[in-house]
Design a protein around this ligand. Structure first.
Ligand SMILES: *Cc1c(COP(=O)(O)O)cnc(C)c1O
Length: 364
């Protein structure tokens, strides 16, 4: 008997394996440092805005996220008509794949790129092409070499997750200049708010001056609104128009919209979080380095810790820290089987991780 068959490519997607449920020893407080969430939560003003709309949950949202597009426009100096909002930037990445890729097309991402990219690519039957990184960093020449006549799209998280490394803006411009003009370049700036480097930009200038580049951003990281699922994209008018045609008419909820408006306007909350993250990223990099473990120098809100391939393995370290209530992210499905990613947490959490790693390495 015949039965429904998924479209080509769907069953090639590795099924999503959820993070393990941490079971620490009795009496240990649990610190979730595995999903790059902020230890501060959202701005109190965002929580207040969220509560204020709870009195009208019977009404459909305004379908174009107008108040939020205007707030983003004010905050970044952008035309709100060139912004689209989504249920997380994940939704927007998938909408881009649906709009610009089909069976037989190729999309390029890098060795340790964000896992949503291959899923979005393969979900529409396109081929996921991997460009090799150099020193866990995107290599523009490798991407350009991977281009074929079938290439339609390039995914680039800058800074990247899970490596935490970034590409200087000059290199991003060189990538754009080297790609054929019909190839869409997607710059995913989920972590841009944490970067303070003179040679970094999220890419707004490039989007504003080309017809084939978009930048996506999220409220899940520095704004602390991951639970509400809200992200946005800035792009050329013709791309916004095309994506709007397949977007769900009410894809962003009213509470998400208003909480995000309050969050983006609370610049003090963002500045505090950025400063804290930088201080503790430096501290963690140095202290973990002193223990003899390699840490990739990152610019986002997490650190990437490398373990030897034999002996003191990352699996054992992960299990040891988990018992102490410290939940980091193992990266096997990112092709980094000997590394753990640690989201920068509260001062208490950060100190406990360093103490935990020290005890682990001492065989305690
Ligand atoms: C966290 C993250 C996002 C944000 O996803 P949302 O769907 O907006 O929560 C996007 N890109 C990368 C690389 C991320 O790590």
């Amino acid at each position: 008997m015949s039965r429904p068959v998924p479209n080509p490519g769907i069953l090639d997607i590795a099924p999503y394996t959820p993070g393990k449920t941490p079971v620490p020893e009795p009496g240990r407080k649990v610190f979730k440092l595995s999903a790059n969430e902020t230890p501060f939560g959202p701005s109190p003003k965002a929580i207040e805005a969220f509560k204020n709309v709870a009195t009208h949950l019977e009404d459909y949202p305004e379908g174009t996220s107008r108040v939020l597009r205007e707030a983003i426009g004010r905050s970044f100096g952008l035309d709100p008509n060139r912004i689209i909002c989504g249920a997380g930037s994940d939704e927007i990445l998938n909408l881009l794949a649906h709009t610009y890729l089909s069976q037989g097309d190729e999309a390029i991402s890098t060795t340790h790129g964000f896992l949503v990219y291959p899923i979005a690519t393969m979900a529409v039957g396109a081929k996921n092409v991997i460009a090799q990184e150099t020193n866990l960093t995107c290599d523009v020449d490798a991407i350009l070499k991977a281009v074929t006549p079938k290439t339609k799209l390039v995914w680039l998280a800058n800074p990247n997750n899970p490596t935490g490394t970034y590409v200087p803006f000059d290199e991003v411009k060189r990538l754009r200049a080297g790609l054929p003009s019909h190839v869409l370049l997607v710059l995913d700036a989920a972590y841009c708010d944490y970067v303070s480097r003179n040679d970094y930009e999220m890419g707004i200038e490039l989007v504003a001056t080309t017809e084939n580049t978009v930048v996506t951003h999220t409220f899940s990281k520095i704004h602390g609104l991951a639970a509400l699922r809200i992200g946005w994209m800035f792009g050329p008018e013709h791309i916004i128009d095309a994506v709007n045609r397949i977007r769900g008419p009410f894809n962003v909820s009213t509470p998400a919209m208003y909480a995000a408006v309050a969050a983006i306007e609370d610049t003090a909350h963002q500045a505090m979080s950025k400063q804290f993250t930088e201080t503790w990223r430096n501290w963690l990099t140095e202290e973990i380095g002193k223990l003899g473990l390699k840490v990739t120098p990152g610019v986002a809100n997490f650190v990437l810790i490398h373990f030897p391939e034999k002996g003191t393995t990352s699996d054992a370290a992960d299990a040891y820290l988990t018992k102490r209530g410290l939940v980091l992210r193992a990266l096997k499905n990112y092709g980094l089987p000997h590394s753990l990613r640690m989201t920068i947490g509260t001062e208490e959490a950060n100190r406990l991780v360093v103490d935990g790693l020290r005890d682990f390495l001492a065989g305690k």
